[in-house]
Design a protein around this ligand. Sequence first.
Ligand code: 3HC
Length: 307
Amino acid sequence: KRPVAAPDKDLARPVTKVGVIGAGLMASQFALLFARRLQVPVVITDVSAERVDKGLSSIRDEIAKLEQKGRLDGDAANRLRALVTGTTEKAEFSDCDFVIEAVFEETAVKQQVFREIEQFVAEDAILATNTSSLSVEEIGSVLAHPERLIGFHFFNPVAVMPLVEVVRTPQASDAAVSTAFVVAKALKKNAIGSADAPGFIVNRLLAKVMGEAARAVDEGAALTDVEHAFGPLGLPMGPFELIDLVGWKVAAHVQDTMATHFPDRFYSSPNLHALAELDAPLERDKKGRITGWSKEAKKAIDVGRSP
Ligand code: 3HC
């Protein structure tokens, strides 16, 4: 693979309007972050007006919280409210210079949204995927201009986590990569470059931790024992709290990807997949601390399972 080239800010495309495809949890956080840090209009879209409205209302709630905390004054909050709009019409993306997607984690779904959006945006608009472990090159293979696609992988909670991975495919143009680094800096994130390898860099590390935590449970360890092992190491969250934060399905998908590509090095737990089908695998106390598995989860976990 070609090494990640050093970004060149002279090559970066100026960003005057951002498009966000998807209006779910992560996408809504992107919209707010881009509007707040770049101070440019941001338009979000999704498959239905209801989903767009839900996304917009969660953005308004976050703006209200920032205002209450005194992080934004009234004028700045109102400016932000005006900057973020929603639509189901992709034509409203035609003047976006930077479009990022956070839709369902499946190559075909991401390919479809980019193929559609490519019909509307300018030829040199930059496209970014927030995929956590799919091949960016494969997603871009359906595009007329795959050189404009980069991976731009954020971490939950987006507002707080300081990192973003910039994933460069062999086809990616220097303009696309440079734009990604310049945008990341404007978002006040630390950008690291990664080749388009399974799990990029962060999930390659995290999948080890999550996989071994799941394996310990598969072998009979108590959930709370595994969780509490983490605190003394100085990490802010135990492995299952982290899985709960990123989403069980996402975590199971990351484990699968890594185990498929590196079967000798990564473990994909059948219990993790069973838990991913449940609404709430964890039981928590009033303060939100994990106290054990939920009733449903206890039925789903099969100790001694191995693939
Ligand atoms: N949205 C916005 N702000 C949030 C937030 C959210 N979802 N969650 C927390 N915050 C803010 C709080 O409002 C608070 O802000 P304030 O200082 O202005 O009041 C600040 O973050 C700190 O929050 P808390 O005091 O409530 O809690 P903690 O000090 O316990 O920190 C944490 C919470 C930052 C989430 C910390 O536990 C942490 O860093 N956890 C690890 C998270 C992590 O590793 N994420 C990566 C997951 S991997 C991933 O996403 C990739 C995927 O591909 C798998």
